[in-house]
Design a protein around this ligand. Structure first.
Ligand code: DGT
Ligand code: MG
Ligand code: MG
Ligand code: MG
Length: 260
C-alpha cells in the first residue's frame, strides 16, 4: 500500500525499549495524596479501607498483566516487578508504565464504592508512574528493601507524631519533639507515654503489602458434566510480611528463577 506523505512523522517516535534481561520495576505514586487523604477523611496515619483499596487495585493489575511476578505497596505507592525475561510490549518503557498506571487508576475508581460504600469520591484520583531496570537479583532485592524500610521508618514516625498530636499538642510541637530521635527512642516513647507496643501495630501498617501469586485450590462447576472441578491455580494474594530477610525468598525460589 502506498504511504501517505504524512507518514514520515512516525520517525519522531523515539525508541524507548528497556535493557533486555533486567528486572523491570514500575512504581506508581498517588499525585497530591496528602490533599486526597484530607478530602476523603482518611484516618491518620493509616486508613485501612484506603490501603485495602490500594491492594485491591494491585491485585487487579496482576490479574490482568501476567508478567508481573510480585508487587509491593505502602502509603500511596505501589511497585510492580516484571520478570527479567518479560517481553511485554517489546519492553517499551512508555507502553509498560502507562498501561500499568492507567489500569491501577481506573481500578481505584471502579472499586472505590466497594471499599467506601458511605463515601462519595470527590474528584478523580491521579497517579504518576516510572519504570526502572535493575540488572541483578540483589539490585532488585535492595530496591524492595529500600521501599519496605521506607514504610517502616515513615510508619514509626507517623505513629508517634499522631499520638503526640492526639494527646493535645500542636503539629509543630510534635515535629519539634521528634526531631533527631532514633528508632529506639520512638519505640520507648510509644510504650511509656502512650501504652503502645509498636510490634503490636498491625503488620499491614508496619510492613506494607506484598502481592505474590500463591497456589490455591479453586472450585468451579464444569459446563459439560455439571460436576464440581477442583483446580490448583496461582492467585494474586496480599501478604504483610518481611521481604528484607532471607525467609521470604527462600520459601519462594520460583520468584528469582531464571526462565529461558
Ligand atoms: P506527590 O506524590 O508529590 O504528588 O505528593 P503526595 O501528597 O502524594 O506526597 P507523597 O506521595 O510523598 O506522600 C503520600 C501522602 O499520602 C502523605 O501526605 C500521606 C498520604 N497518605 C497515604 N496513605 C495515607 C493514609 O492511609 N492515611 C492518611 N491520612 N494519609 C495517607
Ligand atoms: Mg510523587
Ligand atoms: Mg504521592
Ligand atoms: Mg508517596
Amino acid at each position: 500500500m502506498a504511504k501517505s506523505k504524512y507518514e514520515y512523522v512516525k520517525q519522531f517516535e523515539l525508541d524507548d525499549s528497556l535493557l533486555p534481561n533486567t528486572w523491570l520495576v514500575v512504581r506508581i505514586d498517588g499525585r497530591g495524596f496528602h490533599k486526597f487523604a484530607t478530602a476523603h477523611g482518611f484516618t491518620k496515619p493509616n486508613d485501612r479501607p484506603g490501603l485495602d483499596l490500594m491492594n485491591a487495585c494491585a491485585v487487579a493489575v496482576m490479574k490482568d498483566i501476567q508478567d508481573v511476578v510480585l508487587a509491593y505497596g505502602e502509603s500511596d505507592e505501589y511497585s510492580f516487578v516484571l520478570h527479567r525475561s518479560s517481553n511485554l510490549y517489546t519492553r517499551r518503557a512508555s507502553k509498560i508504565a502507562s498501561t500499568v498506571v492507567s489500569l491501577f487508576a481506573a481500578s481505584y475508581v471502579f472499586l472505590w464504592s466497594r471499599h467506601f460504600p458511605e463515601k462519595t469520591l470527590q474528584y478523580p484520583p491521579c497517579f504518576d508512574a516510572r519504570v526502572v531496570c535493575y540488572p541483578s537479583d540483589s539490585n532488585l532485592r535492595d530496591y524492595l528493601c529500600w521501599r519496605q524500610a521506607d514504610c517502616h521508618i515513615n510508619n514509626l514516625y507517623n505513629t508517634c507524631f499522631w499520638e503526640i498530636v492526639h494527646s493535645g499538642r500542636s503539629e509543630k510541637e510534635a515535629e519539634d519533639e521528634l526531631r533527631g530521635t532514633v528508632a529506639s527512642e520512638k519505640n520507648e516513647m510509644l510504650f511509656s507515654r502512650f501504652g503502645i507496643n509498636y510490634n503490636a501495630v498491625p503488620e499491614m501498617f508496619r510492613k506494607g503489602s506484598v502481592v505474590v501469586r500463591e497456589e490455591a485450590e479453586v472450585t468451579s462447576l464444569s459446563a459439560k458434566t455439571g460436576l464440581e472441578v477442583v483446580r490448583r491455580k496461582r492467585i494474586p494474594t496480599v501478604l504483610h510480611v518481611d521481604i528484607i530477610g532471607e525467609e521470604f525468598w527462600k520459601s519462594r525460589p520460583e520468584l528469582l528463577e531464571v526462565v529461558i
